[in-house]
Design a protein around this ligand. Structure first.
Ligand code: SF4
Length: 605
């Protein structure tokens, strides 16, 4: 079956094995751009209310953005959208590497996966057709083993495989999907894939992408590349190419906002031993995403493994925080191995690290519970860290709440431990303590997929540019309300967030104008971001979320940071609620309920 270009999406039903190609009116691309935005629109229109995320009724949508697959630099991310089993909210998660380009090269902008396969299945998606394949022989295999097995079976150049590991098969609520050592990490899309008995997708596209070859577009792509190559942070030898996000540990530790031992402290006494340089010393080679000159990723030594599918990758800052200071670990190799285990099992590292740090604090406090494993892991102990990661992976389908995230786990344990279950709406928190950066408190509380650092981030605004203001509340509502739609916009046109160190929205507007041969302004893009942010909020409200759920763990309101540059700080409840009032007003949402006031027609396909 040939997939013509004008049919931009496909709906694959795993139950009935029906395959239907479909086209969306161009208007929807103008309004929602692609990626996250288009995924939100499709999810909203294809999912009933209160659907169990792990039932066959949930849908899993893979998408590309309008620039994906082009020579425009750092703009080829792929996106998955679904309803999250971890939070019950809207979920979008994006991935670098080659996934997006590979999907686009099949001639498709998106895949909607519906239903549930009768037995373990993988899908071959190529421009020669879509084929259902038996996955019995690879069920139980790690993500890299699966990738290798499918590539071997297809035996053609250019194939990319996105797969779940045992964590997804077991439906661990924070299971991820891997592709070429990159992850759709947060929120449990891997569990949704596992619940559908879908082990993997192999993408084999060889379609030409002629619309990316116009002269005007190529000029914009070249200009953007030159900007990236001359910016301090993104040029060769700059911060990102050398250290990726691992440089952040030094910043957060020096400001006292590096969550340590399950957020009991904000400074890690052994932070020097896990600084960016320590990881850099073990460099094997750099790795990059499709058409990105930054190359912020790094494969670690040993030499013998550098080019294998299962070589160890340098962990991102969030993973360094989650398995490092947060678990009292000060050893580069331990953090790297914990990251690697999660990638092979297919688990989100932030969630996994925070579940384990919660257990470690229970151990520290002598809290005993039937729902725990025995013995409990201890702060600073590598062996118990590794053993717990494995135990979580194995217990997804059991009644043990360990694999269902820290919110459910703490509710099962009780004994007041909910106050130090470090999550928002069930999504475990990333590595920036909002007691020392009040804008982050509001961003975590209101992010559409739960506590998240990439739905707006005040790292630059509060820590790097304006550190004197970081304990203040004034102006932070406007900062958050302005930032979130911009991040939604970037996740929709498939731009990498790190490119924002060198590129502006104007650069993207110029590229999209050249691509679509019409005038697309910066304001058009920001308006699309607002539309998308309203829609994901509306989706969550339709699922029963409201203002009361825009809430932080009690520890952040009640336990002052004990020492360091953030000493004595909490998030003040009254000021926090006042920030929320202002934030809802700015976005035009109902202040009492936090619900957006929208014209549904604008969102109904
Ligand atoms: S900056 Fe890093 S994550 Fe972003 S596109 Fe480039 S290599 Fe990928």
């Amino acid at each position: 079956m040939q997939i013509p270009f004008f049919q931009r999406g496909v709906r694959i039903n795993l139950t009935s094995r029906d395959i239907k190609f479909e086209t969306l009116n161009d208007m929807w691309y103008r309004k929602f751009l692609g990626g996250k935005g288009l995924g939100a629109l499709l999810l909203f229109n294809n999912l009933g209310v209160s659907v169990d995320p792990l039932s066959s009724e949930n849908v899993l949508i893979f998408l590309t953005g309008p620039l994906t697959g082009s020579s425009f630099p750092s703009a080829s991310r792929g996106v998955v959208v679904t309803k999250s089993p971890l939070t019950g909210t809207f979920l979008d998660s994006n991935i670098g590497g080659n996934f997006g380009k590979a999907l686009k090269s099949t001639g498709l902008d998106y895949l909607i996966i519906e239903g549930k396969a009768e037995r373990p299945t993988w899908l071959l998606i190529s421009d020669n057709g879509i084929f259902f394949k038996d996955a019995q022989a690879i069920w139980g295999k790690s993500t890299s083993e699966t990738e290798l097995a499918l590539k071997k079976e297809i035996a053609q150049r250019g194939v990319e495989v996105a797969a779940i590991g045992p964590g997804g098969e077991q439906q661990v609520y924070f299971a991820s999907i891997a592709c070429g050592q990159r992850m759709f990490g947060r929120g449990g899309a891997g569990a949704v894939m596992g619940s559908k008995n879908l082990k993997g997708l192999a993408l084999l596209g060889q379609s030409e992408l002629p619309w990316f070859k116009s002269e005007a577009f190529l000029i914009e792509a070249k200009k953007a590349r030159e900007k990236l190559q001359s910016n301090q942070s993104t040029k060769k030898g700059g911060t990102f190419p050398q250290y990726g996000t691992s440089f952040t540990t030094a910043v957060t530790n020096s400001m006292g906002v590096l969550p340590t031992r399950n957020w009991q402290e904000g400074v890690f006494e052994k932070a020097d031993s896990i600084q960016a340089e320590e990881f850099f010393k073990k460099k094997g080679r750099s790795k990059t995403c499709y058409q990105c000159p930054i190359a912020c990723s790094m494969i670690m030594k040993p030499e013998s493994e550098i080019d294998s599918e299962s070589a160890m990758r340098r962990p991102e800052y969030e993973t360094i925080y989650a398995f490092g200071p947060n678990c009292g670990i000060s050893d580069v190799d331990t953090i790297t191995k914990a990251n690697h285990l999660c990638e092979e099992y297919g688990l989100d590292t932030i969630s996994c690290g925070v579940v384990i740090s919660y257990l470690m604090e229970c151990q520290q406090r002598g809290i005993i519970s039937d729902v725990f494993l025995n013995p409990l892991p201890e702060f600073g102990d590598a062996d118990s860290l590794f053993a717990t990661i494995k135990y979580i992976m194995e217990n997804g389908k059991t009644d043990n709440p360990l694999a269902k995230g820290v919110k459910r786990l703490s509710e099962a344990v009780g004994q007041g431990t909910e106050r130090f279950a470090m999550c928002v709406k069930g999504l475990e928190l990333p590595g920036y303590d909002p007691r020392g950066m009040k804008g982050m408190a509001l961003l975590y509380a209101t992010a559409d997929r739960g506590g998240c650092h990439v739905r707006g981030s005040t790292l630059r605004a509060e820590l790097l540019m304006n550190p004197k203001d970081r304990f203040m509340y004034d102006g932070k509502a406007a900062l958050a309300a302005g930032m979130q739609p911009i991040y939604a916009m970037m996740d929709s046109y498939s731009g990498c967030l790190f490119s924002a160190f060198a590129l502006t929205i104007d650069d993207y507007a110029a590229a999209l104008s050249a691509l679509f041969e019409e005038n697309i302004t910066t304001q058009d893009l920001i308006d699309a971001g607002k539309r998308i942010w309203n829609l994901t909020r509306y989706f969550n409200c339709r699922e029963g979320f409201s203002r009361k759920d825009d809430m932080l763990p009690a520890r952040l309101f009640e336990d002052p940071v004990p020492f360091g540059p953030t000493k004595g700080q909490v998030v003040d409840r009254t000021r926090f609620e006042a920030m929320k009032d202002e934030y809802y007003k700015i976005l035009g949402w109902d202040v009492k309920t936090g619900a957006p006031i929208i014209d549904l027609e604008e969102y109904t396909i």
